[in-house]
Design a protein around this ligand. Structure first.
Ligand SMILES: [Fe+2]
Ligand SMILES: [Fe+2]
Length: 466
């Protein structure tokens, strides 16, 4: 009897009363009396909700807990109230908060009686469902699936073909040495504007690589005593001759390091001081050539003073328009724009750039890039300011002693066969040292050599007080 009561979700007493009434009714209707036999499980009939029968666990309640939430479901069991659901599921309400709940009731027909003599009775079935959240959430970690990566050996990229290497070119841009001196009025000792340590480091790098070109980017000379823009310091007087002699000495060194390299000298604003002075103060001297060789540059000109012809060095004048095109995509210029802040000059220049430019003039290391979107796709161009080779300790005449200047040279790799690929690397030089391609370069003291070798040019063997 108790099994029937549980199955029908009724009390045992209710079942006994119900049976008594049924027996009376059967007697009245003349139907065979009820006899004891196995109870039949009620079967849901048409019209029941789809989700019957209940999937509940042994206590009649299904509990689904996920981190900070829980769903309790009781279907077709004894539970008919929210309180009953909480009690049967053994929920601690100090921990869990009931967010919402639903209670559904529906009728199903139950089958009773012996086999072959069954009858049906309607009974109520209940669904109670509640959604709970934790009052104090716990930390929930996401489910992390292990990532399985199949590791294959890195495919080897073959080295460039020999024919390709053969067509690759390399050159160095040498910016702003500002050859010049301040001369002691008492001892005639010459204190250079150019930095011999930086020049020697640049020379060692040039010697380590087979170069296709060497481009002096302009402001080879400082020519401080040729400008009437500023008050000329008497210490600058009569220093052009030793500047030219030492300048040529270093030019020769670079030529000896890379005799095969095409070498060019661009005119900078400092070289342009010389023709300006001639035009203003001595027009007759401008363009004047020696009659014994009219093919040589004018007597009072930078290429003639330096006797560039005896080293086969090309002069590119017409500052600020003079350009040395390395290939179709890279060009060297001295530069005529100077902005105060680091990066500002190249940022301004790159806006107009249609090709990669290597410049001097501002004595700073700066680079800015831009992508041009052309018919054949995107193409990168850049403006690289590759520093200077003059001293940066304030001796070079300028607006102020503590300049924001950096020493460097520009290493360029490129093709001559129409390919746009190129790399420009400014190699910084600090305190007579530079690192490039895994090697530390340290300057040697060359003053004695400069003194000795240049003094040889004078009959009395007395040179300059370098
Ligand atoms: Fe300069
Ligand atoms: Fe300049």
């Amino acid at each position: 009897m108790s099994e029937i009561a549980i199955a029908l979700n009724r009390s045992e007493r209710a079942i006994v009363t119900k049976l008594a009434r049924l027996r009376q009714r059967f007697e009245k209707e003349g139907r065979p009396p009820l006899v004891r036999g196995p109870a039949l499980t009620p079967e849901p009939q048409a019209g029941s909700p789809e989700d019957l029968p209940s999937p509940a666990g042994p206590d009649g309640v299904e509990k689904e807990e996920k981190g900070n939430t829980m769903v309790l479901t009781s279907k077709g069991g004894r539970v008919t109230t929210l309180e009953g659901l909480i009690e049967v599921a053994n929920i601690d309400l100090d921990v869990w908060l009931i967010e919402r709940h639903i209670i559904n009731k529906w009728e199903v027909a139950g089958k009773f009686g012996r086999v072959g003599d069954e009858y049906f009775e309607l009974q109520d079935l209940w669904q109670v469902k509640a959604w709970l959240v934790r009052k104090e959430p716990i930390q929930v970690f996401p489910v992390v699936s292990p990532v399985v990566i199949k590791v294959l050996p890195i495919p080897k990229v073959p080295l460039s073909l020999e024919s390709d290497i053969a067509r690759m070119r390399r050159g160095i841009a040498l910016p702003d040495p500002q050859f010049g001196f301040t001369k002691s009025l008492r001892t005639a000792k010459l204190d250079p504007f150019h930095d011999r340590a930086a020049l020697d480091v640049a020379l060692q790098i040039a010697q380590d690589y087979e170069l296709d070109f060497l481009c002096w980017l302009g402001d080879f000379f400082d020519l401080a005593d040729w400008s009437d823009k500023f008050t000329r310091d008497p210490n600058f007087f009569w220093t052009t001759q030793p500047s030219a002699i030492e300048g040529k000495w270093w030019m020769t060194q670079f030529k000896m390091a890379d005799p095969q390299a095409r070498t060019v000298l661009l005119e900078g604003n400092h070289e342009a001081r010389l023709p300006k002075q001639l035009i203003q103060h001595m027009k007759e001297a401008f363009g004047l050539r020696s009659v014994d060789n009219l093919d040589l540059p004018p007597l009072m000109s930078i290429p003639r003073i330096l006797a560039l012809h005896d080293l086969d060095i090309e002069w590119i004048g017409d500052y600020p328009n003079g350009q040395f095109w390395i290939n179709d995509y890279v060009v060297c210029e001295h530069g005529d724009i100077a902005r105060g802040q680091s990066g500002a000059t190249v940022s301004s220049m790159v806006k107009e750039a249609q090709e990669t430019k290597i410049i001097g003039h501002i004595h700073r290391i700066e680079s800015a890039t831009r992508t041009l979107h052309e018919k054949n796709g995107p193409r990168g161009v850049a403006v690289h300011s590759v520093g200077c080779l003059c001293r940066v300790d304030g001796i070079v005449p300028g607006r102020k002693a503590r300049n924001n200047w950096q020493q460097a040279i520009g290493m360029v790799e490129y093709y001559e066969d129409g390919r746009p690929d190129h790399t420009v690397i400014p190699i910084p030089i600090n305190g007579g040292r530079a690192i490039y391609n895994g090697k530390l370069y340290e300057a040697r003291d060359r003053v004695e050599e400069i003194n000795d070798t240049t003094a040889d040019r004078y009959e009395d063997g007395v040179g300059w007080n370098f």
